[in-house]
Design a protein around this ligand. Structure first.
Ligand code: IVH
Length: 727
């Protein structure tokens, strides 16, 4: 290749990779598979090797993680709206995992690097050659490799100080990470405190059911150092991932593309309580404790396991590269039986002294590499396309395929995302399409084999009218989605709203989709409040329903009346109002009456409420039918306001004091306000002569601070408030 051509190609590849990095690291929404990404990266690396003079300092080959996107910080800043709230509402177009700036950031003690990788076994032999060359004469026979699964999640760096979890940082740009300690504390498998030698000794004694202390000594307990780091991966097992995506679909939020994005998105949630519900797991694979003088990596991991840290027991020490290849061959099949995603095998030189002498390149260690599994691709025929109507009217195209075997399962359906994606692929009915299922649970169509297209093939046309009720569709350009605007008349949307209303996180009514379908088809339920007028006679007309099932259902309806106001609000299914938004709204307005008459300006005052959400709320309450239906729900006994009893009184320490809360905190602002009220305090919305304290968090409103200074009102931090709670 000529130098001028290489230059053009390098620029093209760099821009392309930067865009994919932005999608991956900033939006958490990759549009190409890892495999496609790695091919582009390898091509760039090869060209830079051939023409080193063309390699620039900010090349994607020279950086780790999000710093590949050069304007990352600017984007982070842009993500914060003028009122200091993250401009990332609970909306389908903004997955919750978009970057927020409210985590404190800390520099890593040692940079968090990436790993070189390959899809070719031959290249592992070349890796072995390089290691052997870097080994002093006569010692190459004693080199071993530790083979580990490559867990497909998001990297974490934990620091333990005096045996206690001190800090947890994400990788960030490799140099500086986000402090996600509060979130990490919610992951059950990560110990807050390490086991002591004493507990290890006692445990071994009882395990062996003997008073012989010898066995404990044989395993030679090693005391943890005063401070050390241990790195690993936070991942989301398939089961938790399916559960989360199912809920997101019910809430009409964009499902996460794969467990890895779900894990990194969850780790970046601002409300640590939500993190606890996400079912995250952790595995740790890299101990950094120089003063321990461990001889091998395996030895360090064994010690970490004894200290109670989650270390995988699927790793294996291999004496040669042939043994490494055997391990890879076994796990390429076995990994399909694991309850979590793995995207390869990591091969590490075991001897720490050799690791040290081999050192690092700018981006990765020379003593380790990753062999990555190629995602499986299948070619199959597209039979037809279904257009599903969600509860908010969003139309999703789903491809029906001729069944094909892929990554251990039979695939019959695959996502086509939206009309743009269909146009991009130029999908025709009866086309042969490529289906990929990498880490993804929902298979994707990534391409078409147009050479197999029949001349008279018909283009798959996205409908102009709702497939359920025939209403002309409208397009939301920003969200690249088409909607059926017949919100209150489209049967699919109505049924979807009932299914959402009864769901576990909403009113938690003991019934399923089939019951809703029957009740609706029989004409018993048209609007949500109709549920509370159902009687036993009607229920006994449903297929296979007996007295007992009817009684259970009626009982469950009765119990649902105990749900608090924020749940009722969430259950209404107002567009974009997810669980967190409902909590914030309920916390701020306290009653349905106040919320339904709120102005846009008032709504924008609420934590995490942006323009789009405010408009959707105003729109919902502008319909007299909705207000009438809410009236009926109220009559049925549903809670339409926050009750004193919703808040457990904790003390009277703040009795008579008025607090204004501004900025972001370690907990959500609404939770902080609730705690103030639980201690007897009152919340004011703006700083005035009546205010006693302004509680200022990060990015608190400048005008509030100025006004407080002018009026001589005490400005306190979250920590000072905590002291007031406790003393
Ligand atoms: S070792 C300096 N071991 O894969 C070496 N990484 O693509 C640090 N990963 O950044 C990494 N499983 O986030 C290592 N058993 C394992 C791993 C692993 C998953 C991740 C890690 C790393 C990325 C590189």
């Amino acid at each position: 290749m000529k130098k001028s051509e290489a230059k053009k190609r390098i620029i093209l590849l760099s821009n392309e990779l930067k865009m994919h990095n932005y999608n991956y690291y900033v939006l958490n929404n990759p549009v190409i598979t890892d495999f496609e990404y790695d091919i582009l990266m390898h091509e760039l690396q090869e060209l830079e090797k051939l023409f080193p003079e063309l390699a620039v300092a900010d090349s994607p080959t020279q950086h780790v993680g999000s710093d590949l996107f050069s304007d990352y910080n600017l984007i982070q800043k842009a993500a914060v709206s003028t009122n200091g709230n993250p401009a990332i509402p609970d909306s389908p177009s903004h997955p919750q995992d978009a970057p927020l700036t409210s985590f404190a950031q800390f520099k890593h003690k040692y940079p968090m690097l990436s790993l070189g990788n390959t899809y070719e076994i031959d290249e592992l032999y070349a890796f072995n050659e390089r290691i052997m060359k870097g080994t002093s004469d006569g010692l190459s026979d004693s080199v071993t490799y530790n083979c580990e699964l490559k867990f497909d999640g998001t990297a974490i760096c934990l620091t333990y100080r005096n045996g206690k979890l001190f800090r947890a940082l994400t990788r960030g740009d490799g140099t500086t990470g986000d402090d996600v300690t509060l979130n990490i504390l919610k992951i059950a498998s990560i110990p807050k405190e390490l086991k002591s030698s004493d507990s290890f000794y006692r445990q071994n004694k009882t395990d062996n059911n003997s008073s012989d202390v010898g066995s404990a000594q044989k395993q030679s307990w090693i005391q943890w150092p005063e401070e050390f780091e241990i790195r690993g991966e936070i991942y989301m097992p398939y089961e938790a991932f399916d559960r989360l995506n199912h809920q997101r679909e019910l809430d009409e939020e964009t499902p996460f593309a794969n467990p890895r994005n779900a894990a990194s998105g969850s780790l970046k949630l601002l409300d640590s309580n939500l993190v606890g519900e996400r079912g995250l797991e952790c595995t740790l694979y890299h101990v950094i404790a120089p003063e321990m003088n461990f001889i091998t990596h395996t030895e360090a991991l064994t010690a970490a396991r004894m200290w109670g840290l989650p270390v995988s027991d699927l790793a294996q020490e291999c004496k040669s590269i042939d043994e490494v290849v055997k391990y890879i061959t076994i796990w390429d099949t076995e990994r399909k039986k694991l309850p979590f995603a793995t995207d390869g095998i990591v091969i590490k030189v075991n001897q720490l002294a050799l690791q040290k002498s081999l050192g690092f390149t700018a981006k990765s260690p020379r003593w380790a590499t990753a062999y990555k599994f190629k995602p499986e691709v299948a070619l199959t025929k597209l039979v037809s396309v279904d257009y599903q109507v969600g509860r908010t009217g969003a139309i999703t195209p789903v491809a029906n395929l001729e069944p094909v075997q892929l990554s251990g399962t039979i695939v019959k359906r695959a996502s086509l995302h939206n009309s743009e994606q269909m146009d991009l692929l130029d999908i025709h009915i009866n086309d042969y399409v490529y289906v990929v299922k990498g880490g993804e649970i929902i298979p994707k169509i990534t391409g078409v084999d147009s050479s197999k297209r029949e001349p008279d093939a018909e283009k798959a046309a996205f409908p102009q009218f709702c497939p359920d009720c025939g209403t002309p569709l409208v397009k939301d350009v920003e969200e690249a989605k088409s909607f059926c605007p017949n919100t209150d008349g489209c049967p699919m949307q109505i049924k979807g709203k009932f299914i959402h209303f009864i769901s576990r996180k909403a009113m938690n009514i003991n019934a399923g989709e089939a019951t809703i379908e029957q009740l609706y088809n029989k004409g018993y339920i048209k609007i949500l409040s109709d549920l509370y007028s159902l009687d036993q006679k009607q229920l006994l007309t449903l297929d296979n329903w007996k007295e007992k099932s009817a009684a259970n259902f009626l009982n469950s309806l009765e119990m649902s009346k105990e749900c608090n106001f924020s749940r009722v609000l969430f259950a209404l299914g107002i567009r974009y109002v997810g669980e967190t938004t409902a909590k914030n709204l309920a916390g701020y307005f306290k009653s349905m009456d106040k919320l339904s008459s709120a102005t846009k300006e008032e709504l924008l005052e609420v934590e995490e409420i942006g323009e789009k959400l405010a408009d959707a709320i105003i729109e919902y309450f502008s319909h007299p039918d909705h207000l009438e239906m809410i009236g009926k729900l109220k009559q049925a006994g549903l809670k339409m306001e926050n009750l004193e009893s919703d808040y457990q009184r904790l003390s009277n320490r703040l009795e008579g004091k008025v607090f204004v809360v501004s900025g972001t905190f370690s907990v959500s602002r609404e939770d902080l306000k609730t705690t103030i009220e639980q201690h007897g305090g009152k919340i004011g919305s703006s700083v005035s002569g009546k205010t006693d304290y302004l509680v200022a968090g990060e990015k608190s409103g400048e005008s509030k601070l100025q006004k407080a200074a002018k009026l001589g009102i005490a400005v306190i931090s979250e920590e000072e408030l905590q002291v007031m709670f406790n003393s």
